[in-house]
Design a protein around this ligand. Structure first.
Ligand SMILES: [Fe+2]
Length: 146
């Protein structure tokens, strides 16, 4: 079991995005629990790459849909993470380091990054969308006739 967990405190208010985040935490659990072999590690890194790409696209579409003003900044953060994953894969393919060590390293970084990213960055668009909904509800209020 990974020490990092998805909890309600990490909810961004969108079911699909929350589901994606839960899947990423589940991948971390797999990584933490598995008896790591070379092929398993490369397999899970590959799945992480695929899933993050899929998830980031969904999140970016969601932010676009809501005209989130800090979209570009957020996309940059996603790009850096994708680069990190590619570096891990590249390093692993080149070095003969123990898969256990790499597995722990990947898991630790991934857990810290994901928790931190959701708590800090994803919450920015959550708050923005909540405020948008609040404003639109306010605008929809029927005008009282005197
Ligand atoms: Fe994000």
């Amino acid at each position: 079991m990974s020490e990092f967990k998805w909890t309600n405190a990490l909810s961004v208010g969108d079911e699909s995005i929350d589901h994606d985040h839960q899947e990423l935490f589940a991948l971390m659990d797999e990584l933490a629990d598995a008896d790591l072999s070379d092929s398993f590690l490369l397999g899970i890194i590959g799945r992480l790459e695929d899933y993050t790409e899929y998830h980031f696209t969904r999140e970016e579409e969601y932010m676009k849909l809501h005209d989130f003003p800090d979209l570009e900044e957020h996309i940059e953060k996603h790009k850096l993470f994708v680069e990190w994953l590619k570096t891990v894969e590249f390093t692993y393919r080149r070095s003969a380091e123990s898969p256990f060590q790499i597995g722990d390293l990947v898991n630790e970084y991934l857990g810290v990054w994901l928790t931190d990213h959701i708590m800090v960055e994803d919450m920015k668009y959550r708050d923005f969308v909540i405020e948008q909904i609040r404003q639109s509800k306010k605008a929809d209020l029927p005008i009282k006739e005197e």
